[in-house]
Design a protein. Structure first.
Length: 316
């Protein structure tokens, strides 16, 4: 029995708080699924900053009717994530003009299609007619209990997923795509290490020229993902590495298609196994690696990547 429902109108505030907390949790799952480093609680202030070509603290307060401490806390979090910048007002140096940073604008591009799907799903969940707010709340919670909000949004986005991805081999004209896709991914989730810069900047020297392979996921005329099989150490040992998918195509299983292609290619080459290095904070990625049969192995002390805290192996 749901005690809050039994309280009727008296429990309205608590019911709304429960729904709000549920939807925030579910929205965070959606952001995590698509690899977007964003906090749903920051949405109102981030969106109003994005909508304006420069806005002050006071203007945010007047627009959103938030308390000043709440605004300050959100601005501090957005600043800590590198999503906004503060600039002095040209007419009044005491004022600070708030705008999105380059990273903020990049994040905004990733968020827009997700927001569009969230808006669509919420409209579908709330279209029912009712005679009171409590009755409407009952209908909404019933739908939320029957069907995961996050899964519905993810499926809605996946339904628009690009089809007919072609996987092609390395050509010099795609070297820039290999570099740009991986740099964007590293800067989004970690940082670019010197070893990354060296390999990405010289793919022929470190991969192709040593008998390795680089593959690309191509959608029409656009390169949307990449991955490499890089020979390392002992004879016949290859690392599955440098996998990256463009932000707007994440969540559509492009990476999984690239991985399956690499596995099939490695088998046809007669390779005994593949290894990879990753980081356990990438929970979705680790889950997918395990799904494809990779198992954890002891991590050597002199790993090529400082960010790596897990090594995995797939034996054929």
């Amino acid at each position: 029995m749901d005690a809050l429902r039994g309280y009727g109108e008296l429990g309205l505030g608590s019911r709304l708080k429960r729904v709000s907390e549920y939807m925030m949790r579910e929205t965070q799952l959606v952001y995590d699924h698509f690899g977007i480093d964003f906090d749903p609680y920051l949405f109102p202030i981030f969106k109003i900053i994005a909508h304006k070509n420069g806005i002050t603290n006071s203007e945010i307060r007047n627009s959103l009717q938030y308390t000043q401490p709440a605004i300050t806390q959100s601005l501090n979090k957005l600043s800590a994530k590198g999503l906004i910048i503060f600039s002095p007002d040209e007419l009044d140096k005491r004022k600070k003009i708030i705008t999105l940073s380059d990273k903020g604008n990049t994040t905004l591009k990733k968020l827009k299609p997700v927001w569009k799907s969230i808006d669509k799903v919420i409209k579908e969940y709330t279209l029912e007619s009712s005679t009171s707010l409590i009755e409407h709340l009952n209908i909404l919670e019933n739908k939320l209990n029957m069907k995961s909000f996050s899964r519905t949004i993810i499926n809605s986005i996946a339904a628009k997923a690009p089809q007919n991805i072609d996987i092609i081999s390395f050509e010099n004209k795609y070297a820039k795509d290999f570099y740009n896709l991986n740099i964007e991914w590293l800067q989004t989730f970690f940082y670019v290490e010197p070893y990354d810069e060296e390999v990405l900047g010289n793919p022929y020297k470190h991969i192709i020229g040593k008998g390795g392979h680089i593959f690309f996921a191509k959608l029409k005329d656009e390169i949307v993902g990449t991955v490499a099989l890089m020979p390392i150490g002992e004879e016949g040992l290859f690392e599955l590495t440098k996998m990256a998918v463009s932000p707007k195509h994440r969540g559509f299983k492009v990476g999984q298609q690239l991985m399956q292609y690499c596995i099939d290619f490695a088998k046809n080459m007669g390779l005994p196994k593949l290894i990879l290095y990753s980081n356990t904070t990438l929970e979705n990625a680790i889950y997918i690696y395990r799904k494809y049969g990779f198992i954890e192995k002891p991590l050597e002390a002199n790993t090529p990547y400082k960010r790596s805290d897990i090594k995995m192996e797939l034996v054929f």
